[in-house]
Design a binder for this molecule. Structure first.
Ligand SMILES: NC(=O)c1ccc[n+]([C@@H]2O[C@H](COP(=O)([O-])OP(=O)(O)OC[C@H]3O[C@@H](n4cnc5c(N)ncnc54)[C@H](OP(=O)(O)O)[C@@H]3O)[C@@H](O)[C@H]2O)c1
Length: 276
């Protein structure tokens, strides 16, 4: 099976590298194109056999599966380049939420899917959200999910929930890291504990908490209750947090959805009302 990648930035290269490291794909079966060719060439040097190609059409030509790993505003341009070479038998997989399945199906004759990976896939952890277009067949589902299983837990979601699922799964690592950053900085400032030590403690805590939530039989509520002794120190911290964070997450979800709507409108404009 030949697999092509268009876009070898942050997420494209994470997908490529994770799939090679886990043995899901052999470099000789992969080709990659990127606007700045040197980035794709750099991956080809690191993984002998992987073909860096100079055009998006070349990446598309011989791929059974083609991952589009560019930002939403680049999609129309990329699709205009490849739509004359992609075939109905090929599966094109987008990795971005504001480009909808129908945008891709309306503009290309191939089968279409959308996945939302996460930086956690770099360590073969976390979910990959998966959404299928109407031309996709069962064998495509098995092939794509078979690949993704090597680096993540593929989770089929409905396209209408893509944004909120992406908030939790793909933006989540940034949100959680921000929380840890603030927690650690406050600890360092208030007590003088070395930053490295505080960061290591907090990171181990996140790993352990994740395991308790995924494998330890806890829900977020039951874990919180288990740790919190009424009237104790954790309870005092939580009392303060629930006052200070009141409404924060509602505002966060509103902000990501407003931004998504903006991007979706721009993508719609590019696909259906292109500037003359
Ligand atoms: N980062 C994440 O954690 C994450 C998670 C889930 C989904 N995503 C989605 O993944 C998509 C890519 O994000 P990213 O973080 O990987 O962005 P990025 O680091 O900016 O990578 C985008 C890559 O696309 C290349 N590119 C741009 N236009 C191109 C064109 N016309 N032809 C070929 N290559 C082109 C860029 O090349 P240059 O080298 O020339 O800039 C760049 O290497 C976004 O839509 C994002 O929403 C990201």
């Amino acid at each position: 099976m030949n697999v092509g990648f268009i876009g070898t930035g942050s997420m494209g290269s994470i997908l490529i590298e994770s799939m090679i490291r886990t043995g899901a794909l052999h470099p000789a079966d992969m080709s990659a194109a990127n606007r700045t060719y040197e980035k794709a060439e750099c991956l080809a040097r690191k993984y002998p056999g992987l073909k860096a190609v100079r055009s998006n059409q070349e990446a598309a030509l011989h791929s059974d599966i083609l991952f589009l790993c560019v930002k939403p505003k680049e999609f129309k341009k990329v699709i205009d380049e490849i739509k004359t070479v992609v075939l109905p038998s090929q599966l094109v997989v987008s990795i971005t939420s504001p480009v909808l399945i129908r945008h891709l199906e309306d503009h290309m004759p191939c089968k279409v899917a959308k996945i939302i990976p996460s930086i956690t896939n770099y360590v073969c952890s976390g979910a990959t959200l998966v959404i299928y277009g109407k031309r996709v067949e069962e064998t495509d589902v098995n092939t794509l999910e078979g690949l993704l299983k090597n680096i993540s837990k593929p989770l089929k979601v409905s396209e209408e929930y893509t944004r909120v699922c992406s908030d939790l799964s793909s933006c989540g690592p940034a949100f959680l890291s921000f929380f840890i950053e603030q927690f650690v900085n406050a600890a360092v400032e208030h007590t003088g504990i070395p930053k490295e030590e505080a960061t290591r403690l907090a990171s181990e805590m996140v790993l352990g908490t994740g395991l308790l939530l995924t494998q330890g039989g806890f829900s977020p509520e039951s874990l919180r209750e288990r740790v919190t002794v009424p009237g104790g120190i954790t309870a005092e911290g939580l009392r303060m947090m629930s006052l200070d964070l009141d409404g924060t997450f509602e505002r966060l979800i509103r902000a990501t959805h407003d931004k998504y709507k903006e991007e979706l409108e721009k993508v719609e404009g590019l696909f259906y009302n292109p500037a003359p």
